[in-house]
Design a protein around this ligand. Sequence first.
Ligand code: SAM
Length: 118
Amino acid sequence: MFTEQPLKGAKAYYLRTVLHDWPDKQSLLALARVREAMADDSVLLINENTLPEVGASSFSVSLDINMMNIFAALERTEKQWVDLLERAGFRVVKIWRADYDGVGSNALFEAVACQLWN
Ligand SMILES: C[S@@+](CC[C@H](N)C(=O)[O-])C[C@H]1O[C@@H](n2cnc3c(N)ncnc32)[C@H](O)[C@@H]1O
């Protein structure tokens, strides 16, 4: 995922519980490979566990600590996911949320590539 994405111009690129294994630096590289493969009408779908700002479940907290210990990575809040995607040159157009905190992937971020000015 750090090398050129061979599938160009797909309607959707879907990553489920991949980026939580990676710190921001590597996540941005992986997202850049997807972004450069996207067509104007492509969408990016990031399906991840998403922590609340306060009151995370013990499952989410332990997962966050495990990601830090094993990969120097993290579970992210909604704000952190949106920030990561914006830094990668995406605009989040919709956040689909499940009504639970914890297991696996409770949020789907739908994003489109936007113009990069720098
Ligand atoms: C937590 S698993 C999620 C698997 C699957 N997407 C799911 O939701 O069940 C993380 C996945 O990221 C993949 N992955 C990690 N590093 C990768 C890399 N450098 N290139 C491609 N895939 C990678 C792993 O192979 C693994 O399948």
